[in-house]
Design a protein around this ligand. Structure first.
Ligand SMILES: [Zn+2]
Length: 683
């Protein structure tokens, strides 16, 4: 066999197994064997690139280049669908559509996958471009990342150009594991699918097992008048189509022709359609992917052409959504906020709408990725929800602004200081520490109710004083001569006196309050309490430890970990921050407090307990740290389980001690439970 033939055979072999694995989900060879064949092919292709096929599985591994995802225009219509939320509404649409047509209609019902919409353009049968839906007219070119999705054929049996619509999604069952690998930055599988498609380097995207269902094909010239036959053709060409599709026609001959080609799908008379929709709705939670509804489409393509489109929707399809959004409104403006630590948060300003009795006019948009996932622009109609009592969030775009369908672009610069924003993890940051917005936010935070509680200095007053140049930093709050305010409009003597009093009173706040009011990253109320509890009961002790730069000194504190420890070292060795602290000291704020009193031995929470430890722990490495915690609470730690043992602390991969403890009916404590116990018995 010559090299060329060998490469061809290997390619064909791998493609077959890829198809079996990803499309049929019925692999015939073990993963290891597949990897071996893959490596062999990659090696040969490297030596003889002239023989490598465009369709080679090695072309799906992606590149390390930063993708820029340039915008490109769509050449097929990608409009959103009219939405209906009730079976009655669906039945009405069905009746109206049938009555308005002089032809006999049939319908196709497909699941509306909650993922990232994509259009695949094929040239002469080969994948040429993959675009996101974007605003319907222009999408982002994500070809490099789409190529890494094994269910997307790179080469098909077709010879002509055609376009395919599909939905990229991520399996629910794999979400938790994969999200952990991305530091849990994705809120749900849909976020992960959209994020990997749009934001990752293709070499990383290639490691994410994204899936696709294709559901529309645009072939010219058309080879059929039936949408359902397009699905059959997609399947023949190696595309993955959803098996949860329903075909509804009153022509039984047509139904059996369809089931010959697509035996896996449901078919029935049109009268059965609403019942099918109800059943699919009930089956929703049994799926391994998220759907938010069903799509009902007219099957006949000539009827579709004749019906055409309204300004925003095709007239031949309907989205049946399982849940109506909590509230519907319009985005008037998108504001970019910068926090005291530089983090940039986009906020949607809404036309006021009532949700559960309260009027909502702002909603969080989290970050740039979230906006891109929603494909949200100013002027769009959106669905808003308010889950629990948290800040309302924009959940979905219901309707792009017909006048100006755009997607909001994050500014390149901080709107307040014009420095270039930097991306760090999922968020953008203004890294300019002299940024006026960051400084003002730090002062507002310091004076806020949960911090120093200087209630006479609300956000408005602080912003006013900041803009006037009266205060620039936190210590200025204590050195400013508030009598100056009497010259300003709206500041009467009584008001100014009240401000003076509350500023003076804030000096009595305990050290732990002062510590958190500084607003340092990673130093919230519980971290401050932990520091104090663990002997860092004065700022001098903290600064001295930070100066020693020994991460251990902080990371040994339960729940801190290295990240927090390093942050503390960074903050408390920073000259600018130390200067602020020094000034606040001079003013007379509390920078030390008494250690919580030690208890008598008899009062110790673990007094009389005998513990044995087995397995390994996330929060206690080495294991002796867990022993220290027990001993500090008056407990004893021994090496072997005996009848005298009262508690067994069990980590992952425990030894035989666990069985023995179970036999002896000893209390078995896992790590989360242990952490709870430590919290309840703070020492
Ligand atoms: Zn800035």
């Amino acid at each position: 066999m010559d090299i060329k033939e060998k490469i061809e055979n290997l390619t064909a072999e791998l493609l077959k197994h890829q198809y079996l694995y990803y499309v049929k989900t019925a692999p015939e060879i073990p993963d290891k064997e597949y990897d071996r064949l893959f490596d062999e092919l990659a090696e040969l292709e490297k030596k003889y690139p002239e023989y490598a096929s465009d369709n080679s599985p090695t072309k799906r591994v992606g590149s390390d280049l930063d993708n820029t995802f340039p915008e490109k225009e769509h050449s097929i219509p990608v409009l959103s669908l009219e939405k209906e939320y009730t079976i009655a509404g669906l039945e009405k649409w069905l009746a109206k559509t049938i009555a308005n047509s002089d032809k006999t209609l049939s319908f196709v019902v497909e699941e509306k996958i909650d993922g990232a919409s994509i259009v695949l353009y094929y040239k002469a049968g080969k994948l040429d471009t993959a675009l996101t839906r974007g605003n319907g007219l222009v999408g982002n070119d994500v070809t490099e990342n789409a190529r890494t999705i094994k269910q997307i054929p790179l080469v098909t049996g077709e010879t002509a150009d055609f376009a395919i619509r599909g939905e990229i999604f991520f399996n629910k069952s794999e979400f938790v594991t994969f999200n952990a690998a991305f530091e849990n930055k994705f809120a749900n599988p849909r976020n992960l699918a959209a994020g990997s498609l749009r934001n990752l380097k293709s070499s990383i995207a290639a490691k994410v097992p994204l899936k696709i269902f294709t559901y529309e094909g645009y072939f010219t010239p058309p080879f059929t008048n039936d949408h359902i036959m397009i699905l059959a053709k997609l399947k023949e060409n190696g595309f993955t189509i959803n098996k949860n599709v329903g075909f509804f026609s009153d022509d039984s001959g047509m139904r059996s022709r369809v089931n010959e080609k697509l035996p896996e799908i449901f078919s029935g008379a049109i009268s059965e359609l609403p019942g099918y929709v109800k059943r699919r709705m009930e089956q929703r939670d049994n799926l391994d992917y998220e759907i938010d509804g069903l799509v009902i489409k007219i099957n006949e393509l000539d009827v579709r052409d004749a019906l055409g489109y309204t300004a925003h929707h095709p007239r031949w399809a309907l989205a049946f959504k399982f849940e109506a959004p909590t509230a519907q409104t319009r985005v008037k403006e998108i504001q970019v906020q910068v926090g005291r630590n530089g983090r940039v948060t986009p906020v949607a300003l809404l036309e006021p709408v009532k949700i559960a009795g309260s009027t909502v006019s702002r909603a969080t948009l989290h970050n740039q990725e979230y906006i891109e996932m929603l494909e949200l622009g100013i002027g769009d109609s959106v669905g808003i929800s308010k889950r629990g009592d948290i800040i309302p969030a924009v959940e979905e775009v219901l309707e792009k602004d017909p006048e100006n369908p755009t997607i909001f672009k994050f500014p390149r610069e901080c709107p307040f200081c014009k420095s270039i924003l930097e991306k760090d993890g999922g968020h953008h940051f203004c890294k300019n520490r002299a940024c006026p917005e960051r400084l003002a936010r730090a002062i507002i935070y310091f004076a806020s109710k949960d911090q120093m509680d200087i209630d006479t200095l609300g956000e408005k007053t602080i912003v006013f004083m900041f803009e006037k140049g009266f205060i620039k930093t936190i210590p200025d709050l204590y050195s400013f001569n508030y009598d100056e305010l009497l010259k300003e409009e709206g500041f009467k003597e009584k008001k100014v006196n009240n401000i003076k009093t509350s500023v003076e009173n804030s000096k009595k706040k305990p050290f732990r309050k002062v510590l958190t009011a500084l607003g340092f990253d990673g130093l919230g109320a519980s971290a401050a309490a932990d520091l104090i509890k663990n002997g860092f009961n004065s700022i001098d002790k903290i600064i001295a430890a930070a100066a020693r730069g020994n991460v251990e000194e902080f990371s040994r504190i339960g729940g801190f970990g290295e990240i927090t420890a390093n942050l503390l070292i960074k903050h408390f060795t920073d000259p600018q921050r130390l200067a602020v602290i020094e000034e606040l000291k001079k003013v007379g704020l509390n920078f030390a407090e008494e250690m919580p009193a030690m208890r008598e031995a008899g009062d110790m929470p673990f007094n009389g307990q005998v513990w044995v430890i087995t397995g390994s722990f996330d929060n206690f490495q080495p294991r002796s740290k867990a022993a220290e915690e027990i001993e500090r609470r008056g407990g004893k730690v021994t090496g072997a389980v005996s009848s005298g043992t009262t508690h067994l602390l069990v980590g992952s991969a425990p030894g035989s001690k666990l069985q023995k403890a179970q036999q002896l009916n000893i209390a078995i404590i896992d790590e989360p439970h242990f952490l709870e116990m430590l919290k309840e018995t703070c020492i």
